[in-house]
Write a protein that binds this ligand. Structure first.
Ligand code: ADP
Length: 627
């Protein structure tokens, strides 16, 4: 039950729908009833107007004939004729007939005639017509009886001769000793009926018997609106009021009353034979005593009003319902939106917290990184410093070697120059200038050789340029060989050189020399203790385009296995203290890298070591082929 109660359709709980349905049913019911009441009362108003109108027209249309028999009854000729009866002269009868015809014409009635006390018509306005009333006996007709008994009579009936329905008025022709006959007039109600005819309405006059005598629906004429008792039926038959026909009841169904003003009933629909239609019936006594006027008013407009009211209420409910649904959906959408916004806000807050945490982490990571960077920069700086120192130290070492070489190289010429200058002085003292000059010339040549050596030293000592330029590799090799010339000669080293003239590489000239001096020095050291001492220097085009492959191989001891893995690291040496610092190759590799080259070392299978340098080639004109 709980879950049933909580069922929602379009966001509205079930009880809401039920309440709306009940409300709709209630309002629709009230609206339909109100519409019915209002329209029926409007129809009833029309009905009472009609009744008044018909009563007035009955009074004016029929009432004016009421006098006609009375006037006729006062005529002397009429009295004379009735007194004379059958003894009357034909000329006198003719005069009365003519008078009656004149009255009939003037009044506009159907017929005006005189009846003798036994009920036989003795003179008539239609005396000369085929259906003349003259000779007809009307003694059974109530209007005649009433006229004789009470002075006047009135009667709706169908003519026994003519079969034409009409209203009869009769008036007694009185003398001092009593009634000697009656004068009568018959009136047609056709004009009245056609005047009253209104579409979808019926109007009729019902006589004292309850028989319809005037009707806008011709078929209903002389049918009974009220049930007729058998005795009455016999009386009617006797009076031949309705030409002797048995009066049939009009078949209709009474449905209910509309207050005291009228009643609802289903009458045969005269426009659609066989069908019935609902009417509001209203009646009013006719001006003639005993008769009543009945109008039947169509209630279809009231039905339409009900449909309209229902449609209006339904429309109203639909609009209200749609608006309600829209409002509910809108409210729901707003609630969802608010929820979503709330969720978004919470997510945002969470995100903010996360972002703050992450930011804090990042900030500290950043700080750490900055610190690390600072440390790295410091480390790099100290590395650079130590590398600088290494380069310097390496240079010093080479200088030391060179100094030893120079001392050796310069000592000999210096000793020779001393001897030659001493001898030259002696020759001058002995006045042998030619010999003295020869000595001086030899001194001069020796000094030239010394100048050559010191020149090399200057080149080497020059501060290296930062820029790489095309440098002649063969010239650099030649200079290095020159530096070690005395050693090569003294130690009887066989030097094989295959470096083509004009081989150009990208380098810094003094650094390139230092590189080759280092490698050649190491090779000389390696072969020093060997029986066969050869060093091969070679340069050819590299495997890669725009490269020059330089190799220096020796027949020496080969690189010690423990050294091979750390060859290019500083202070790695196998040489005795004072001879090697272990800086040469470290500096060399760094310089080569600075040229954009690559250095590697290996032991050759036949014994000895081979160093390779892969240089960037340059043309003699100074345009780079490589980088
Ligand atoms: P140092 O010459 O001062 O020892 P280097 O860096 O020039 O420093 O050389 C490091 C070591 O590499 C040498 O001590 C030597 O053991 C080895 N080495 C270098 N060149 C050769 C070579 N051509 N043959 C054999 N061993 C070599």
């Amino acid at each position: 039950m709980r879950s049933f109660v909580h069922v929602r359709v379009y966001g509205v709980p079930l009880w809401g729908w039920l309440a709306a349905a009940v409300l709709y049913a209630g309002v629709a019911g009230v609206a339909i009833e109100l519409a019915w009441q209002r329209s029926v009362s409007a129809i009833a108003t029309v009905g009472s107007y009609r009744l008044d109108l018909y009563a007035a027209s009955l009074k004016s249309e029929l009432g004016r004939y009421e006098m006609v028999p009375g006037i006729v009854a006062r005529q002397d000729s009429v009295h004379a004729l009735l007194r004379a009866r059958t003894d009357a002269q034909p000329a006198f009868l003719h005069a009365v007939d003519t008078y009656l015809a004149a009255v009939n014409r003037e009044a506009g009635s159907l017929a005006v005639y005189l009846i003798e006390p036994h009920g036989t018509v003795i003179a008539a306005s239609n005396w000369d017509q085929p259906l003349s009333f003259v000779g007809t006996n009307v003694s059974y007709r109530p209007y005649f009886k009433d006229a004789l008994a009470h002075g006047s009579g009135r009667f709706f009936g169908i003519g026994t001769n003519t079969g034409v329905p009409g209203l009869y008025y009769a008036s007694a022709v009185r003398e001092a000793d009593g009634s000697i006959g009656a004068a009568a007039v018959k009136i047609s109600v056709d004009a009245l009926e056609s005047a009253w005819r209104v579409p979808a309405e019926a109007a009729m006059v019902v006589d004292a018997n309850g028989v319809i005598v005037i009707s806008t629906v011709p078929a209903w004429k002389f049918t009974a609106l009220r049930p007729i008792t058998p005795e009455r039926q016999t009386q009617i038959q006797a009076s031949r009021q309705y030409a002797g026909r048995a009066v049939e009841p009009l078949l209709y169904r009474r449905l209910g009353d509309w207050g005291t003003a009228g009643w609802f009933a289903q009458f045969p629909d005269w426009t659609h034979p066989g069908r019935y239609r609902r009417f509001l019936a209203m009646s009013k006594p006719a001006p003639q005593a005993g008769d009543s006027i009945v109008v039947l008013l169509d209630v279809a407009p009231a039905r339409h009003q009900q449909y309209l009211a229902l449609a209006f209420v339904t429309g109203l409910f639909l609009i209200a319902g749609l608006y309600g649904l829209y409002a509910t959906q809108h409210r729901r959408a707003i609630a969802e939106k608010l929820n979503a916004q709330d969720a978004l806000r919470r997510a945002n807050e969470r995100l903010e917290v996360t972002v703050q945490q992450r930011t804090a982490e990042l900030t500290s990571a950043n700080a750490r990184m900055r610190q690390e960077i600072a440390e790295r920069i410091n480390a790099e700086q100290s590395l650079r410093d130590s590398q600088q120192e290494l380069v310097h130290a390496g240079k010093l070492a080479v200088l030391g070697q060179m100094a030893a070489g120079l001392t050796h190289e310069l000592n000999q010429p210096l000793v020779a120059i001393r001897t030659l200058s001493d001898n030259a002085r002696t020759f001058f003292e002995r006045n042998q200038p030619a010999s003295a000059i020869a000595n001086l010339e030899r001194i001069s040549r020796l000094v030239d050789g010394m100048a050559l050596l010191t020149g090399e030293l200057k080149t080497f000592a020059r501060r290296p340029g930062i820029e790489r330029v095309p440098v002649s590799l063969n010239e650099a090799v030649a200079h290095a060989v020159l530096i070690y010339e005395s050693r090569i000669r003294d130690e009887q080293v066989q030097l094989d050189m295959h470096v083509a003239v004009g081989t150009m590489v990208y380098a810094e000239p003094s650094q390139l020399q230092q590189v080759i001096v280092n490698l050649l020095g190491n090779a000389l050291d390696a072969v020093a203790t060997e029986g066969r001492r050869t060093i091969a220097i070679d340069a050819h085009d590299g495997d890669e385009h725009g490269r020059v492959m330089f190799t220096i191989s020796d027949s020496g001891t080969g690189i010690a296995p423990e050294v091979l893995a750390h060859l290019f690291e500083p202070f790695v040496t196998t040489k005795p203290r004072g001879r090697g610092l272990g800086l040469g190759l470290a500096i060399t590799s760094r310089l080569v890298e600075g040229f954009g080259g690559r250095i590697s070392a290996e032991n050759v299978p036949g014994g000895g070591a081979r160093f390779r340098i892969d240089f960037v080639a340059a043309t003699a004109q100074g345009t780079a082929n490589g980088r």
